[in-house]
Design a protein around this ligand. Structure first.
Ligand code: RIB
Ligand code: CA
Length: 318
């Protein structure tokens, strides 16, 4: 099993992505860290705890940054609802956060692991930037960053910027300059491979997670039930499971932080105009049917007790 840490801002599409990862037999989720993004940190953290409780998943949750490195705090409550996960009624929340900041939790997990770990950010990159800036030594324990963020065409929060990058461009700049292997799963993938309400509705009675995604879909504004929902964050998880479904291009990716018109843009030099050393792999396409199959099978299999055998539950004893 591949060891991963997921940094997330749940978030309706985050919820589906977390389910795919937590129940996957190929991924061993070490830690879930939360960041302000779709909604405030208190709500993204609470939503992560609600899902870990629903699944009785023995995976630690650590709360991270409540605001970007600089600039105003943005959210996407209009797409996800005020709670960040409007539409599903959860049972009691039994899980709690570990007694340390997400950055400290990530450092301890990374430095203690004998194998390298993959970072999977699916929200703004504030926690990841703080980790690299505070503890650069952790980089030797990371094999790859596979993130949902950016776009090589158009944005979804401004004409040219995608939300996760726009929410903290300075953090994204640090992460894209980290020197680590980086895979960018941008907006275009989920726009190609949408998931309809009917596809998920057919699974509604399979298990509580499928029911949760169904009910959340009713409130999610990232698409529409008939033409299909854009499951942005799941495209990063599915890349981990089946990279062969993706078309990619190694190229230089720059983050715009200054321009008032394009702040938060991921400038992807796909044609190599600048001749600069590539710092990432841009996913330019995904096989729609292959993604849909992985997504729906992942939901169908999201029942019983998820197995993440080396999850860092020892963090609760620190
Ligand atoms: O732009 C899409 C991204 O922004 C997704 O991660 C979604 O959850 C929001 O965080
Ligand atoms: Ca997200």
């Amino acid at each position: 099993m591949r060891k991963i840490i997921i940094d997330t801002d749940p978030g309706i599409d985050d919820a589906a992505a977390l389910a795919l990862a937590v129940f996957s037999k190929e991924l061993d989720v070490q830690l879930i860290t939360t960041v302000a993004g779709n909604v405030g940190l208190d709500k993204t953290t609470y939503n992560a705890l609600r899902m870990v409780s629903l699944w009785d998943a023995r995976i630690p949750v650590a709360a991270g940054a409540a605001r970007p490195l600089s600039g105003p705090v943005y959210d996407a409550a209009e797409a996800h609802g005020e709670s960040g996960m409007d539409g599903f009624t959860f049972d009691a929340v039994t899980a709690r956060t570990v007694p340390m900041h997400a950055v400290e939790a990530m450092r301890r997990v990374l430095m203690r692991s004998e194998e390298k770990i993959t970072l999977v950010p699916i929200g703004p990159l504030t926690n990841i930037a703080l980790l690299f800036s505070t503890y650069p030594e952790v980089k030797e324990k990371i094999d790859e960053i596979v993130l949902m963020g950016g776009a090589f065409l158009r944005g979804n929060i401004t004409p040219m910027a995608e939300f996760n990058i726009f929410a903290d461009p300075e953090a994204a700049d640090i992460v894209f300059k980290s020197g680590l292997p980086l895979v960018m799963c941008g907006l275009e993938l989920a726009q190609m491979a949408t998931i309809t309400g009917a596809m998920v509705g057919a699974l509604r009675e399979k298990n509580p997670t499928a029911r949760m995604v169904c009910d959340l879909f009713e409130h999610y504004r990232g698409g529409d039930l008939e033409n299909g929902m854009r499951m942005y964050d799941s495209t990063a998880i599915c890349y981990l499971l089946a990279p062969e479904l993706y078309t990619t291009k190694d190229c230089f990716i720059g983050i715009e932080t200054a321009s008032p018109l394009t702040r938060g843009m991921t400038v992807c030099d796909l044609e190599g105009f600048w001749g600069r050393e590539p710092n990432g792999k841009v996913c330019t396409a995904v096989d729609p049917e292959g993604f849909r199959r992985l997504f729906l099978e992942g939901l169908e299999n999201a029942s019983g007790a998820p197995e993440n055998p080396t999850a860092a539950m020892w963090l609760y004893d620190c």
